[in-house]
Design a protein around this ligand. Structure first.
Ligand code: HMG
Length: 412
């Protein structure tokens, strides 16, 4: 029996900051961000967006044409949780009107929990092939203003329907794992921004890649050359290049020409360059980017995945792209979403960044901004209030400059 991804949807906020603007305001050469980190834009959530609205918006796109009545499991992966007790998944379940006969919960292990959710969902649908699982991964990457992590922020969500009818990609059950107790990146409950030992986090990421690969290789005997493309967890797009070169070297493929290595990861980097780190969603945004921007028909090709979550856990696994995958993906909806993004200036970014919801229980209406179909309308008695809105941008939108560099979506 086969299982994997039947459908996918992406959501990223409508507001973006040009990293050249950020560099200029912080007195840093723009090339450090655009070339050194490989990032061009950073998605910035407005005050009426959170991980629930982003996840619900991504899921709305993914569920187009899917039989919702078959969904009996909803797993929400995030490290930007909105409640210590109630799962963000319950809100999404309600906003989407999913069946009440559903197992609905949230999972956490930094950026890697989305992969644990995917692997859990695969086991579930292999046992119950008539059912479907919905996985949402949604995050807002936040570091301190003016810190080295600031240009690696971002926001977005991915939704995946997992079933025994993997129309997009079959995910193979073998997976390599690695866990080690390290403090490379963490966020204590009392902080809104992550703390990070940046250079150390890169070293640990590469070690986890090597060890996860070793475990995977021992189980499968697959070699580096058995893969056509690779998707890596991408805190910034250059990290994928560092990771790929490292994996090539440790597998004895270090002599591969740089252009050939680049071709194996380039398409997967495109969306991440445009939205920034989305923690749990990043790896799968990379997959969507590969499938939607590659000019090559990838049907039947094997893709290698490395998922990394600080703290730390890594997993290497693989999947095979299915024939006809492009006709299943909501490419046009994603193209429209990218095209509708608007560029904000530094004061708006800092205003959005510093917005806080009241913590004293007073009722509060969040200022209205262009969002997807779901927004956080406010708080009432410490309870978050969500609403469905007309997703089309309103008149206030025309004041902001259009986003000049939308990704090119290839036609195969
Ligand atoms: P930094 O110290 O500001 O930057 O922090 P740098 O000095 O290392 O420079 C970055 C790159 O720019 C270097 O390239 C420089 O040479 C280059 P490299 O040598 O690495 O190839 N550079 C320039 N290039 C062109 N023109 C110039 C120029 N100047 C410098 N003028 C760092 C960088 C990534 C550490 C920082 O942004 C950070 O701390 N980010 C957050 C942590 C992070 O993303 N870690 C990645 C691995 S951990 C992970 O992925 C997990 C995570 O997603 C969390 C989770 O799991 O939940 C973060």
């Amino acid at each position: 029996m086969r299982a994997g991804i039947e459908a996918m949807g992406l959501y990223t906020p409508r507001h973006v900051l040009d990293l050249r603007t950020l560099a200029a305001s912080r007195g840093i050469a723009a090339e450090k961000f655009t070339e050194g980190l490989g990032q061009s834009w950073m998605a910035v959530p407005s005050p009426d967006e959170d991980v629930v609205t982003m996840a619900a918006n991504a899921a709305l796109t993914a569920l187009e044409g899917v039989d919702r009545g078959k969904i009996d499991t909803l797993i929400f992966a995030t490290e930007s949780g909105i409640d210590q007790s109630k799962a963000a998944a319950i809100y999404v379940h309600s906003l989407l009107g999913l069946p009440s006969r559903c197992r609905t919960f949230e999972v956490k292990q930094a950026c890697c929990s989305s992969t644990a959710a995917l692997q859990m969902a695969l086991s579930h649908v292999l046992l119950r092939p008539e059912s479907k699982a919905l996985i949402v991964a949604s995050d807002i990457a936040r570091y301190g203003i003016g810190t080295p992590g600031e240009p690696t922020q971002g926001a977005g969500a991915i939704a995946m329907v997992v079933s025994a009818n993997p129309r997009v990609m079959e995910i193979h059950p073998e997976a390599g794992f690695y866990t080690e107790d390290v403090m490379d990146f963490w966020r204590p409950n009392y902080l809104d921004e992550a703390l990070v030992d940046g250079k150390y986090s890169i070293r640990v990421y590469l070690k986890a890649l090597e060890e996860s690969w070793r475990d995977f290789h021992e189980q499968t005997k697959l070699d580096f050359r058995d893969f056509h493309r690779f998707c890596y967890h991408m805190p910034f797009s250059k990290m994928a290049a560092k990771a790929h070169l490292h994996l090539a070297r440790v597998t004895g493929n270090g002599e591969t020409p740089a252009a050939a290595l680049d071709a194996q990861i380039r398409d997967a980097q495109e969306y991440n360059r445009q939205v920034g780190n989305c923690y749990t969603a990043s790896l799968y945004i990379g997959l969507l980017s590969l499938l939607e921007t590659s000019a090559e028909d990838l049907s039947g090709r094997r893709v290698g995945f490395f998922s990394y979550g600080s703290g730390c856990m890594g997993s290497f696994f693989s999947g095979t792209v299915q024939a006809g995958y492009r006709s299943v993906l909501p490419i046009e909806a994603h193209r429209r979403m990218f095209a509708e993004r608007r560029v904000i200036d530094l004061p708006v970014y800092e205003q959005f960044y510093s917005h806080r919801l009241p913590e004293d229980g007073t009722d509060y209406a969040t200022p209205r901004h262009p969002t997807g179909a779901f927004r956080l309308s406010g708080l009432s008695g410490h309870k978050r209030q969500y609403e469905r809105v007309d997703a089309r941008p309103g008149a206030e939108w025309s004041d902001l400059p259009a986003h000049a560099a939308t990704p090119t979506l290839a036609t195969v």
